[in-house]
Ligand binder design. Structure first.
Ligand code: ACO
Length: 326
């Protein structure tokens, strides 16, 4: 028995922010952003929109694509890095919007690796026979967590959502998974205030402590290392070789991270999904949105061996190898 993705959806807000627009607000240039990140545009949600709103839209499409009704979903896992609230879980808000009244609902926090953690968790519940149809939603409104005065971070991130329905499949499905974490790197990428460590106060707001802070250079080195390691490990765990892999969908943070990892893997770039130029880094939404686009454009076909590989704050990392079943 295997678990696999039987439905997928994605949703992106309409508003596009170009590099040229950012030139007007911070000390940066289109040339710098393109050369150092590969990002050309990103999307932002309107001010009244939260992660659950975008996640709901992607989830509706995924459930329809799976030929199911919301009442058929028996578990919802939200993996947002920009949840609606500290609590309740964003998954509960999405459950209510969907009227998925038969679903248990909870959140997982693994930052940009969230989708890989969520998918891996869903697979375990399917394999154990406890649940039949699990919705995994990666949705982000990072535009509200970015310091728009900090050129080191504001050029990198975007808003969007992707969702999948995971169920038992007859053929194909998830072959192997790996997850990892190293909390000693927690300070390299964080939102320092707003939790119980530094609760919201006049000082935390004045010092802009509720925004994303990142040591870009260290995260860059970590990302290249784990993209290579994770890909190798998940392939080895499946008793396959890299040459058996048809397509890789990496987390979309920076083209230079992907290029450096592919060079180490000696894997051809034309078999790798890249859409960060259009959307920037959408944290937990990047991989499902890229997967949806790869399917939509025919780059992934039934029978393809596909690796999804992510990394992010925590630090966290993980990969899923699938025999594509749709
Ligand atoms: N425009 C112009 N100059 C800039 C900008 C900008 N937007 N941002 C930084 N710079 C400057 C820096 O201030 C620095 O100037 P200095 O030398 O005078 O101090 C110079 O450019 C070089 O800075 P570096 O940090 O060395 O630039 P680098 O080439 O490493 O690129 C970047 C920075 C893009 C952030 C890169 O390090 C990176 O992509 N890191 C990984 C980010 C990432 O993957 N984050 C997401 C992880 S997933 C998650 O969980 C959210």
């Amino acid at each position: 028995m295997r678990a696999g993705i039987i439905g997928i959806g994605s949703y992106l807000p309409d508003r596009v922010i170009t590099n040229t627009e950012l030139e007007k607000t911070v000390d940066t240039t289109n040339e710098w952003i393109m050369a150092r990140t590969g990002i050309s545009t990103r999307r932002t949600a309107e001010s009244h929109i939260s992660s659950s709103d975008l996640g709901f839209e992607a989830a509706k499409i995924a459930i329809e694509n799976a030929n199911l009704e919301p009442k058929d979903i028996d578990m919802i896992i939200s993996v947002s890095s920009s949840p609606d609230y500290t609590f309740p879980a964003t998954a509960c808000i999405i459950q209510d919007k969907l009227k998925a009244t038969n679903a248990a609902a909870f959140d997982i926090q693994a930052a940009c690796t969230g989708f890989v953690y969520g998918l891996t968790t869903a697979v375990q519940y399917i394999m154990s026979g406890q649940f039949k149809n699990i919705l995994v939603v990666g949705s982000e409104v990072l535009s509200k967590m970015i310091d728009w005065q900090d050129r080191n971070t504001c050029v990198l991130f975007g808003d969007g959502a992707g969702a999948v329905v995971v169920s038992q499949v007859e053929t194909g499905g998830v072959i192997s998974t790996i997850l990892g974490a190293d909390g000693s790197g927690a300070k390299l990428l964080e939102v320092p205030a707003g939790g119980s460590r530094e609760p919201a106060s006049f000082e935390t707001v004045k010092n802009r402590r509720h925004y994303i802070k990142m040591n870009g250079n260290e995260v860059f080195k970590f990302a290249v290392r784990v993209l290579e390691d994770c890909t190798r490990k998940v392939v080895k765990k499946a008793n396959l070789n890299l040459s058996d892999i048809d397509f890789i969908i990496p987390h979309q943070a920076n083209i230079r991270i992907i290029d450096a990892a592919l060079k180490r893997l000696n894997f051809p770039k034309d078999r790798v999904m890249i859409n960060l130029d259009k959307y920037g880094n959408m944290s937990s939404a990047s991989i499902p949105v890229a997967l949806h686009e790869a399917l939509h454009t025919g780059r992934i076909k039934k029978g393809h061996k596909v690796v999804l590989v992510g990394f992010g704050a925590g630090l966290t990392w993980g990969a899923v190898l699938m025999d594509w079943n749709l």
